[in-house]
Design a protein. Structure first.
Length: 105
């Protein structure tokens, strides 16, 4: 029951945060510097979530071709740059991750 309560509470907080920006539209004028950096928030957030998963193993930096997550991430970035397709990026990244993990044992 505690897990459900936490999930509902997190959902309500997320909803309130998003609603606050929608409700403030037209009523509040944000500073220019704030409006300039706002488009970078999703990229920064995604990078903060993905980078540790690709670069760290058990809390230690692992920059090696034997790191299947790093190799799959690099290949996924290349696929995304070439195809501009989310579907092919996901399929290619997961395929490389699975194959590389199998090859390394």
């Amino acid at each position: 029951m505690n897990v459900w309560l936490i999930m509902v509470a997190c959902g309500l907080v997320t909803f309130a945060l998003r609603l606050s920006f929608i409700a403030a539209e037209g009523r509040v004028t944000f500073p220019r510097w704030f409006r300039l950096i706002l488009p970078f928030v999703p990229v920064a957030t995604l990078t903060a979530l993905v980078a540790p998963e690709l670069l760290l193993s058990q809390g230690a930096l692992w920059l090696s071709w034997r790191n299947p997550r790093l190799v799959a991430g690099v290949i996924a970035v290349l696929i995304a740059a070439i195809t501009r397709s989310v579907l092919w990026t996901l399929v290619g990244g997961f395929a490389v991750l699975a194959l590389w993990s199998l090859m390394l044992g």
